[in-house]
Write a protein that binds this ligand. Sequence first.
Ligand code: DX5
Ligand code: ZN
Length: 232
Amino acid sequence: MERGNPWKQLPDGPLIAPSLLACDFARVGEQIDLLTAAGARLLHVDIMDGHFVPNLSMGPSFVRSVRRYTDLPLDVHLMLTDPATYIERFAEAGADSITFHVEAADDPHRLIGRLRELGLGAGVTLRPATGCEALADLTADVDLVLVMTVEPGYGGQEFMDNMLEKIVSVRGMLKGAQRVEVDGGINVRTARLCAARGADVFVAGTDILGSDDVAGAMGDLREAIAGAGAGG
Ligand code: DX5
Ligand code: ZN
């Protein structure tokens, strides 16, 4: 795929974004091959600084290695206290789209403007406790809003059912091609619930890479989403 804003090139309708946080870091390439063979159209990359969230994950060098390894678009989720300082480095490393937390951005409009200047996809996200009003004057300028369905910081957590209403609210704030991404505790049950409320990009780590059958797990998720009437 030609580099640039992936949300302008990826098909409309539901997409599953496997989260590399759930990878066995000693076998990332092999697991990316499994995901690609299972029909993944993009990969979700969680960047944690041990400050904004109580965990450390990967940095620009990991993104650069994955970039060299695959052509799949990289959907980079920044869980950093100071996203502004790192946007260029992740862009240079090969990120295709960057999503940052509204709680961490002093000037979110300026950040979105820089992502546009870099030709990247732009997304904003919010912690479970943060209300949609925090997005009020931002939604017009982004490709997606990522609704966290767990407290950011770890994979393998339980889905928070009380986030389902927020998906409906966010969907209502967005226009046509803009996407609602959900992240955290996504599996067959929760993907169906999210799809029925307007989500169309589904991040899943443990459910896919924690399974012995990556292709089967992706197929089950697709079916669940289609079952919610959203197609797959
Ligand atoms: C959590 C991350 C998620 C996480 C999802 O802070 O943003 O992307 O990797 O993992 P699962 O699907 O295992 O909840
Ligand atoms: Zn994430």
